[in-house]
Design a binder for this molecule. Sequence first.
Ligand SMILES: *Cc1c(COP(=O)(O)O)cnc(C)c1O
Length: 348
Amino acid sequence: MSALHVDLDAFEANLRVIRSRIAPADHMLVVKDDAYGHGLAPIVRRAREAGVGWFGAFDVRTGLAVRDELGPDPRVFVWLIVGEADAAAAVAAELDLGVGDAALLEDVAAAASRLGMIARVHLKADTGLHRNGIRPEDWGAVTRRAAALEASGAIAVEAVWSHLAEASDAEDDLSREVFDTAVARAQTAGLHPRLRHLAASAAGLARPDFRYDLVRIGAFAYGIRPAGGPDETALGVRPIATLTAEVIEVSADAARIDLGALDGLFSSLAGRIRVSTPAGPRLLRAIHRRSAVVDPWAGADVGQPVTIYGPAAHAPGTATDLAEAVGTIGEEVATRLSPGIPREYRAT
Ligand SMILES: *Cc1c(COP(=O)(O)O)cnc(C)c1O
């Protein structure tokens, strides 16, 4: 049996560090992908108790789940909205809607008018990522249209926002200039957005001038450090999840551990990482679909726990260490965990 143990006290400590580092900007806790694999409901409940006022949910389904869990007070931001029905569901639940194209703006306004509500819109400027967002050449027309819709009472433009490529500081600097221009042009169009948000974990913590009013932080809140960046200690956060598996078979030269529902540990990790056994770290030799093979230890026995990753006190490596061993990022390891793996919540 494998299990993910989530330390909610460590999570709350991370939230406090983040908040003090980015103040006076506010923290939007990003909870996409089932709160980066840590389990949505317990994470948002604890964050709310700890005073988090903004949640970044990605899609409308997740936004509705956060709203259900936490009630009407916190702000819940979604930025994947597909078509009119999705827009209507988001408006009805009083979510904040990230709008990155002109057609969606119309869908959102139409839904709000039908419901007799005012949709809270965050207009997304494309600042170079070219993933989704209103291009500079369309920004003038879309912001003027948004101002008209605001005057008609269908929408309220709460924010202008964008997302960084985070490929290099120089590129991000250019994006920031494009962003500032977009904010100024929105004001010229007659909008008065109260909020600007641009940065996620990396730029948000490292670069004060990228924080604006709100910083959308996921990874660091869960103690997942940026690939190739400063380590957790330097950041002042710690990993909140420990992944364990049980020994199911012992032979003279190997111990086999059960990956059960794990279904998502990169097979390329085999031979590259050590796991923590009751007798100390041992090489993870091979990874199969439902089990993995570890170098043996004296006294190895069926039922003993082996820790695959976790904070330093529990394992030789964190999720990010595993990720870096195979050339990816910590989020990839965390979010690949199957929902079938039990999550267990505990204090430190
Ligand atoms: C995932 C995501 C974030 C959070 O990024 P982290 O690096 O995990 O902090 C912020 N903004 C958007 C638009 C995202 O998709």
